[in-house]
Design a protein around this ligand. Structure first.
Ligand code: FES
Length: 183
């Protein structure tokens, strides 16, 4: 039939009508449009969800309870809270206390306590600190900082790492006598 020949190409294949091609293109554009719209809506929903549940950094509490005073030996640097809190609690021979922050004042490494040598020594660049925190060797420019230490009504030592006695070069106890807790 002549119409059939017109609808088929020279090789007998069906030639899509111009309308069909146009609609196919429209479908593709339509799909792309919807996909884009869905993407924008999805991204907005994600942003909204993140807004509703902000990424909060849960820091450990700054205050911690240590032990009863009688469980600290006078003249000894107590290392029980070094690993968990980066704090040394020192009981002086006269029975008073101070708490040292175990952060080197050079670049922030954690020093070690050497009881036999009666000093803190930083493993990074060799700074040395006396028992009271005074720097005496290496590149550390100032003594170790101290932290507020107090007694609870229940008779426990309480260390507040949010209250730091920041040391300048010189005698730590002359700078911050309130860093000493007398019992
Ligand atoms: S960080 Fe301690 S000496 Fe450099």
């Amino acid at each position: 039939m002549p119409e059939d020949r017109a609808a088929k190409g020279a090789h007998g294949w069906e030639t899509p009508s111009p309308d069909a091609t146009l609609w196919a293109r429209r479908d593709i554009f339509s799909l792309a449009g919807w996909a884009g719209f869905a993407g924008v809506v999805g991204a907005s929903l994600l942003a909204f969800t993140r807004f509703m549940f902000p990424r909060v950094l849960f820091e450990p509490p700054a205050v911690f309870l240590a032990d009863r005073p009688e469980n600290f030996v006078p003249g000894v640097v107590d290392e029980r809270w070094k690993k968990s809190e980066r704090v040394w609690i020192v009981r002086k021979e006269d029975g008073s206390f101070y708490a040292l922050l175990a952060i080197c004042t050079h670049l922030g490494c954690t020093p070690n306590w050497f009881a036999a040598e009666n000093k803190f020594k930083c493993p990074c660049h060799g700074s040395g600190f006396k028992r009271d925190g005074t720097n005496f060797e290496g590149p550390a420019p100032r003594p170790l900082d101290r932290i507020k230490i107090a007694m609870t009504p229940e008779g426990l030592l309480q260390v507040d790492k949010s209250a730091i006695f920041r040391m300048a070069p010189g005698n730590p106890e002359a700078q911050h006598p309130q860093s000493i807790m007398r019992v």
